[in-house]
Design a protein around this ligand. Structure first.
Ligand SMILES: [Zn+2]
Length: 446
């Protein structure tokens, strides 16, 4: 038995050696399978070295087979590494820094969002107040100088650096305008009916422009809103009608619900054969009402009435000369204001200049002359010795004719200006307008 065992030992050891060399060969022959990396972002396989590495352990400079390079390419080795103490620690550290990164990222995004919103708010405020966008960066800086708590060291930081410039401010305004316009257009689309109002003017570069407004109902309440400003290469009835129709079409508003059209009453607008009102009535809605703006109409009526009175022409020229006398000289203006103070005026008044296109603005000019008459007489009297204009104006403002007309003028235009202001309210219905006209008539006749 022992002899047999002795005989068999070399054979057994030979088999054992053979088996372990086979295992070693199998191990070196094993291939790395890419799907082992699934959900193991830390696992890296180096084909040249035929080794597996753990990037998490490498980052923390751990000393283990996966930092030196594991050549036993088996899944079981990876699993064993996963539960090794130093690998578990490396994973927890990585998760922690990942969470910190997420928090930092969230905070940075929040700060950027707040910064952009602050910039947008500032741009919106400047636009609403008609402040030039060039002032945008300085307004942001000024706001940052405001103390926001009792602690004087705490100030606010507004906006992302790259957004603090005029160009970005304009971009913000355009974005905000899109949002505001969309909400207005949606309201008009939902309104059972709407009206269009237009007026034309020439801008400073002599380009003909047309402004367009809309009136509509929102929750049963009338709303007036600005629709747009359009450059008009030609300001004839055909071009104006086309621009109105194209605007309504582009804004996706149903044109057949346009029931009224308002204008300044120029013949191109209200002409009974080919005016814009008639053209819209013929092509959009046969029952459309065309209105001549009440405030324009009032100004025209007043002007026609005044044209019939001979002295009014001279009177206007004198008022204009008085305004020019002061507007052309800072010294005269200052002396005039000093005289008012010396005469005990409660508040100093400047002579208002009338505006040719707004006839009723003459009322304000007349009123300022009426209110400062003693100071005016004093100024012209003291300057008459060395100024012919002052001398002439003195003779005018002290004449009975001028003084009588001034009182008359002030009385009438004051009432008409109040009426005009009422007509220019955002919304006014015809019943109220009729009452206002009646009330003004009674006031004038009294
Ligand atoms: Zn590891």
């Amino acid at each position: 038995m022992d002899a047999d065992m002795e005989e068999n030992r070399p054979e057994k050891e030979g088999r054992k050696r053979k088996r372990s060399s086979e295992i070693a060969k199998q191990e070196t022959d094993r291939k790395f399978l890419p799907h082992w990396q699934h959900e193991r972002t830390w696992l890296v396989y180096d084909t040249e070295q035929n080794s597996m590495f753990c990037t998490l352990c490498q980052d923390l400079k751990m000393d283990n087979s996966f930092t030196r390079g594991c050549q036993s390419i088996r899944l079981i080795r990876i699993r064993e590494h996963e539960i090794e103490k130093n690998h578990v620690y490396a994973v927890s550290q990585a998760q922690r820094s990942c969470e910190q990164w997420e928090i930092a990222k969230r905070n940075a995004l929040l700060q950027t969002k707040i910064g952009v919103l602050n910039c947008m708010n500032m741009a919106y405020c400047l636009a609403k107040e008609d402040v030039a966008m060039a002032k945008f960066p300085s307004f942001l800086s000024a706001t940052e100088c405001l103390y926001v708590t009792d602690d004087l060291s705490k100030t606010v930081n507004i906006g992302v650096e790259s957004y603090r410039n005029e160009l970005k401010a304009r971009e913000f305004i355009m974005c905000l305008a899109d949002v505001i316009r969309d909400s207005i257009l949606e309201d008009i689309r939902l309104s059972p009916a709407f009206a269009i109002g237009v007026d034309e003017s020439t801008d400073i570069s002599t380009v003909e422009e047309m402004v367009m407004y809309s009136w509509y109902l929102k929750n049963g309440i009338p709303v007036t809103t600005f629709l747009g400003l359009y450059a008009m290469p030609k300001a004839d009835a055909e071009s104006i009608t086309r621009t109105i129709k194209e605007t309504v079409l582009n804004y996706d508003i149903e044109e057949s619900r346009c029931f009224a059209f308002g204008s300044d009453g120029a013949s191109v607008m209200t002409g009974c054969e080919a005016g814009v009102g008639v053209r819209l009535r013929n092509t959009v809605e046969p029952h459309m009402l065309a209105f001549h703006c009440l405030a324009h109409k009032l100004a025209l009526c007043t002007k026609s009435a005044a044209d019939g009175i001979e002295f009014f022409g001279n009177f206007d020229t004198i008022l204009h000369s008085i305004a020019s006398y002061f507007s052309r000289s800072g010294v005269r203006k200052k002396i005039f204001l000093d005289i008012q103070k010396a005469l005990g005026f409660e508040s100093v008044i400047r002579i208002a200049k009338d505006c040719h296109t707004r006839w009723l603005s003459k009322g304000f000019s007349g009123e300022s002359v009426y209110d400062t008459l003693p100071a005016l007489v004093e100024e012209f009297r003291s300057s008459a010795a060395h100024s012919d204009i002052a001398k002439t104006l003195l003779s005018h403002v002290t004449s009975v004719e001028f003084l009588g007309t001034l009182c008359f003028y002030k009385d009438i235009l004051h009432k008409l200006n109040l009426l005009s202001k009422c007509f220019q309210a955002d919304n006014i219905d015809f019943e109220v307008a009729a009452d206002l006209v009646q009330g003004t008539r009674v006031g004038l006749e009294a």
